[in-house]
Ligand binder design. Structure first.
Ligand code: G6P
Length: 497
């Protein structure tokens, strides 16, 4: 496990701060820790014993007079420093270039990507605001870990500023999304600037080997840099490119499963759905999650296996996300149409085939749903990793408390139906893999998952459980930081020579 050197602090940089901020008026703010893959992943390395700082956008424009009290609250309570952006810049940078250009492109959705110069300028301006804010605080020996597609230009900006000020820092950059192959990236007018920006880092990390290899190929094809087996040679400097698959902390789910309130929710769900198989879907509202594909597959399941009508439901939770985006508003509309179509077609007075919830879900309730569901269906058409499938496995593979065991004596563990386009498909041997575009085959696989015998289900879940236990988010965090630190040590050794 990584532990900080006496000299080097860990500096995390992400678009969003790991806290949600509530304006209480009169310059007062309330901060609450937020959850999510990145925050969970860094919990193991970012704690009170380690010296760390976290930079990010507070998610809103802060009036000038309120900046000092907000900064004070964030620093005292969370070791966090806000990067301030005006409303217009943040809108064009976040909703515009980050989420309407880069996000679809990185997920191979060329038809959904839009380009315009204003949002490109705002992206540069926002990355520069991050660089300027961070540089005011950096010290010699700091390890700076930059996250995700919002901040591709930042590593180079930091390197140039640090060189000018003669500060020695190690810079890492990690991409949480896929990295597409060149045919997709080539349509991006500023791709060379972005690749050059990333290569300002010393260590760059990806979720899968495929993403890493695509990145290496893009650097050699577009920038003409030489890709070695381990990274990219940029003049006299080698940037290390590695795969660091993110995970979850299964123990957090196991702790929740021990709560009596969670156990009673599981029992209540089992009673509510007695005689009915539950296929669970939990997704952020996003075009990459394959929600229409999932609904079409479920429709086909009921068409192809009429004996399941009245005995199988799709319980689909959709968590609102980036709701200023027109693409997301359109997607919500499309989902609602499909839910209505399926329920109208296959429903009965006492049977609603698709139960659709559009709201954030509390972690205890989510844990209970994962535990009670017979199947979890992840239908992403592209996904960096997808943590939902790991969370489902954590709940199903856990032998749980005696109280839960006894209420499921007759029940085999659930099954995971997983799109092979999710990064997690590379790490989850034991799932049933599907192509979400192939609705007929998805229906067959769902039918198999629903009727799987206990021996097969247990063998698969046991295998899955071991993998989820091994690939934890704290291991991900410490592996990356270790790589960064190792880089720093080898550089110091070279400098001494
Ligand atoms: C997902 C993606 C991350 C991304 C995050 C941003 O979790 O996998 O790559 O950084 O969304 O979410 P936000 O709500 O800030 O747009």
């Amino acid at each position: 496990m990584w532990s900080p050197t006496p000299k080097g602090r860990l500096v995390i940089v992400s678009n969003r701060l790991p806290v949600s901020i509530k304006d209480l008026g009169q310059g007062r703010y309330e901060t609450k820790p937020s959850c999510g893959g990145l925050i969970t992943g860094l919990r193991g390395v970012v704690n009170k014993d380690n010296e760390f700082l976290w930079f990010g956008w507070p998610g809103m424009e802060i009036p000038k007079d309120n900046v000092p009290p907000l900064k004070k609250t964030l620093m005292e309570e969370r070791n966090a420093i806000p990067v301030l952006l005006d409303q217009n810049t943040s809108d064009l940078y976040y909703n515009g270039f980050s989420n309407s250009t880069l996000w679809p492109l990185l997920h191979y959705q060329l038809d959904k990507a839009s380009f315009d110069d204003n949002s490109m300028h705002a992206y540069r301006k926002a990355n520069k605001a991050f660089a300027d804010t961070i540089m005011c605080e950096l010290k010699d020996g700091d390890h700076v870990w930059v996250h995700d597609y919002h901040l591709m230009l930042l590593p180079l900006m930091l390197r140039q500023r640090a060189e000018k000020l003669k500060i020695n820092i190690n810079i890492g950059w990690f991409l949480h999304t896929p990295f597409p192959d060149c045919d997709f990236l080539n349509v991006l007018p500023m791709r060379n600037e972005l690749l050059g920006g990333i290569l300002g880092a010393d260590v760059v990390g990806f979720q899968t080997d495929q993403a890493r290899n695509n990145f290496l190929f893009a650097c050699s094809q577009s920038l003409r840099w030489f890709a070695t087996g381990t990274g990219v040679l940029c003049g006299d400097r080698e940037v290390s490119a590695q795969t660091f698959p993110i995970g979850i902390e299964p123990s957090e789910f196991h702790c929740r499963l021990r709560k009596s309130s969670v156990q009673s929710t599981v029992r209540r769900l089992r009673v509510d759905f007695r005689g009915t198989k539950v296929i669970l879907g939990v997704d952020r509202l996003d075009c990459i999650k394959g929600l229409p594909q999932k609904l079409h597959a479920f429709d086909k399941l009921l068409d192809q296996y009429p004996e399941l009508v009245g005995h199988a439901v799709l319980l689909q939770v959709v968590i609102p996300s980036r709701d200023d985006l027109k693409a997301h508003q359109d997607l919500k509309w499309e989902i609602q149409q499909l839910v209505g179509m399926i329920n109208g077609k296959h429903g009965k007075v006492n049977y609603v085939p698709v139960q659709f919830l559009y709201k954030p879900i509390d972690p205890d309730e989510l844990t209970a749903l994962y535990t009670a569901a017979d199947v979890c269906f992840v239908s992403s058409i592209r996904d960096g990793m997808n943590l939902v499938c790991l969370e489902y496995v954590a709940c199903q593979a856990h032998h749980g408390t005696e109280a839960l065991q006894s209420s499921r004596k007759d029940k085999a563990p659930g099954s995971l139906v997983l799109s092979s386009f999710a990064g997690a498909a590379n790490h989850l041997d034991g799932a049933l893999f599907v192509n979400p575009w192939d609705h007929e085959r998805c229906a067959d696989v769902l039918a198999h998952a629903l009727s799987m015998d206990a021996a097969e289900a247990s063998a698969r879940m046991e295998k899955l459980g071991l993998q989820v236990e091994q690939q934890t988010s704290s291991l991900w965090g410490s592996n990356f930081i270790e790589a960064l630190e190792k880089f720093g040590k080898s550089r110091s050794a070279k400098d001494r020579r």
